[in-house]
Design a protein around this ligand. Sequence first.
Ligand code: HSE
Length: 416
Amino acid sequence: MKRELKVAVMGYGTVGRGVCEILCEKRELLAARSDVDEVSLQYVLDIKDLTGEPVEALWVRSVDTIVSDPSVNVVVETMGGTEPAFTFCMKCLNAGKNVITSNKQLVAEKGEALFQAARANNVSFRFGAAVCGGIPVLRTTVYGLAANRMRSFCGILNGTTNFILSKMINENMSFATALKLAQENGYAEADPAADVDGHDACRKTAILCAIMFGGHVYPDEISTEGISKITLEDVAYVNDFGGKIKLLGRGKQLEDGSVCAMVSPAVIRNDSMLANVEGVYNAVLLHGDKIGTVMLYGQGAGKDATASAVVADILDCGRKPGFDTAYSWEAADKKRMADPDEQTLRLYVRGFANQENTLSELRESFGSLTVLHRENAPGNEIAFITDEDKEKALTEQLRQVKSFAAASVIRLVSET
Ligand code: HSE
C-alpha cells in the first residue's frame, strides 16, 4: 500500500508560507527522508483571501474541511495565539491526525491538554519550531541527550530582541528604529510587545524547563523582564566593563528537584560563549550530567529557518508514527518553582546621586563595587557593578542608600 503524508497547513503567515514553499519545492527529497512514497500539500486554511497566491487552489476557509477529509494525516498549525489555534488543533488530534505546530504560546499554555488528546488518539504532537526557530534544540535534548539528567540551560531565545540589542550595541541605533527593521524582516511576533517585553522568550523558557526537567511549567510561573528599559547609556557603561547586554532565558533544576527559571536582560562578559551571538541568531547552552555543556547556535526566527524545523517534524510523522512519549511531559505541582531572589549573582546598577557623598554611601552599603565610566555622562550619574551576593541582599543594600535613585538594574550572569 502506498504510504503518504498528506499535509494541511492552518495559517498562511510568514511561517506557514515558508512551510508550503518547502513542501512544494522538495517533494521527492522529503518523501525519501520521511520513508514514505509521497509528501504532498492538500489544503491551506486562512481567513484572509489567498486569491493570487501560489496556494490559491488549496485555500479553504473552514477547519472542518480538513478535519472531515480522512486522507489528511498531518496538520500544521502556524496561526499563532491560543484561540482558535487550540480548538482547531484539538479537533484535528481527536480526528486522528498528527499535529505539528510552531506556536510556543499554544504549547506553553495548553501543552498538557494537547498531549492528552494526542496520547488518547495515538498520533504525534510535535513543536520543534516553537523554541529557537530553526535550531533543533528540542530534538537534540529529547533524543541526542537522552542519556543525561539535564541540569540547566541558558540561552538567547528571542531573535527580535537580540537583533534590536545588537543594533543598539554595534551601530548606536535607537530602539524604535531597530524594532521597525526587525518587523520588516518578519522576525517579530504579530504584537511585537511579546518580543520586547520578554513574553516570547518566557514561553520558550517554559517549554525548555518542561522538556528538560519534566512537568508542565506555565509562563506565569517564570519571572519575566523585557528590554524596553535598556538605554544606550547602559550599553556604553557595560561596554566599559567589557561586556554586553543580552536578553537571556535561563532554567535550572536545583538539588531538591525544584526549578528556578527566569527571563531578563543580563550583562555577560565579552569572552562568554553567548557574547558574539548577534542579530536574529539564537544560541542556547544545555548542561547535562554526562555530556557537560552543549551549545546550539543558529537562526531563531524568520520564514525559512522556522519552516525548516516544522518540516523536520512533519517528516517524523512518516518515520515514527504515533504518540511519542519522549516528546511530552506530565502535569506538575506549581509549588516546585524556586524563588530566583535566592540565587547568588552580581548586579549592574546605573542611577543618579542627589548628594556629594552618595558614592561613599554606596561603597559603604555594598562593601565594595566596581565603578564604570562613559563619555559625556552627567555629573550626578553613577554606574557600578556589585560584588557577588544573593539578589535579595543586593536589592536591600541598594534600597538603603536613599540619596541614590536607580534608573537601571541588570543582573550579571556568568554561567554562559
Ligand atoms: N518573534 C520570535 C523571535 C519568532 O523573534 O524570536 C521566533 O520565535
